[in-house]
Ligand binder design. Structure first.
Ligand SMILES: CC(C)(COP(=O)(O)OP(=O)(O)OC[C@H]1O[C@@H](n2cnc3c(N)ncnc32)[C@H](O)[C@@H]1OP(=O)(O)O)[C@@H](O)C(=O)NCCC(=O)NCCS
Length: 244
């Protein structure tokens, strides 16, 4: 399902995430990147395809790994074994995860300068990104925790410090990703891709990541039925959902 529906996710990401954003005078431009497969390649040139341009894709993903390292590297270093159930360095585990087929990345960098020569000389240097994919999950609602739903799962939401507290994450998640989710929900109801009902958004957050938890709760997200809670004092993470 993740791979078959990839072109739907790319299409709605392309429609809903603005190609440029102005945040407090900082002009940002967008790139889309998808981890596609030979069987289900990305069909639009609006999105970098891992299958068609692996070098370009990996170069960008490497830049995103650096953002992750700057933001949460210490946290991942301390929890990699518990999260990934192996002893490999967290960056190795995260790199593999970043190449999961079906993932779509929305990446913003400072705007390219105006002339073609300036654009060639100014490397695309990401300041923020998010990544997500369609997948199936249970444990979402207390009424029936065994029911399996289709969700748009947010894997990453990462902003470098210089673009934080400008309302960007709230816009990207609450407006643009939620709108992608609503369109996927409509598509799903038409029987386009999933056999299970579409729920909405889901994500995992470190239990001690207070700024992120505050963001998610301010957007109306709630703990999933099977999420660890404050009572699970040694739990590393929480699961949040937003029904659309
Ligand atoms: C968490 C993160 C995504 C927030 O992004 P952001 O663009 O700065 O958030 P916004 O400006 O849209 O803030 C929206 C709301 O979130 C909450 N919030 C965001 N940052 C906060 C902080 N440092 N402290 C407390 N609340 C915060 C507030 O409720 C805020 O609303 P307000 O500004 O009206 O008070 C960003 O800090 C980040 O990338 N952190 C490092 C990586 C990370 O932790 N990602 C989440 C992984 S699950």
């Amino acid at each position: 399902m993740e791979q078959e529906s990839l072109n739907d996710v790319v299409k709605y990401a392309n429609q809903n995430f603005p190609t440029t954003i102005n945040a407090a005078g900082i002009q940002l431009t967008r790139k889309l990147l998808a981890i596609d497969t030979e069987e289900y390649p990305v069909e639009t040139d609006q999105c970098i395809s891992y299958v068609h341009s692996p070098r370009e894709a990996e170069k960008l993903l490497w830049q995103l790994l650096e953002i992750l390292d700057e933001n949460l590297g210490q946290k991942y270093a301390g929890s990699s074994r518990a999260l990934y159930h192996n002893t490999r360095p967290w960056r190795v585990n995260k790199w593999r995860e970043m190449l999961t087929p079906g993932l779509v990345y929305v990446i913003y960098s400072t705007a390219a300068t105006t002339t073609a020569t300036q654009r060639r000389n100014a490397p695309f240097s990401p300041l923020l990104f998010l990544s997500f994919m369609l997948t199936e999950e249970d444990g979402l609602v207390a009424d029936d925790p065994t029911e399996v739903w289709t969700v748009l799962y947010l894997y990453e939401l990462q902003l470098l410090p210089r673009v934080r507290r400008l309302g960007l994450a709230a816009r990207l998640l609450g407006d643009h990703l939620a709108q992608c989710g609503r369109q996927l929900c409509t598509r799903s109801r038409a029987g386009r891709f999933s056999k299970t009902r579409f729920f909405g958004l889901e994500l995992t957050v470190f239990a001690d990541n207070a700024p992120a938890i505050r963001l998610y709760e301010s957007l109306g997200m709630q703990l999933a039925a099977d999420s660890p809670t404050v009572l699970d004092t040694d739990s590393l993470y929480r699961l949040y959902v937003l029904q659309l």
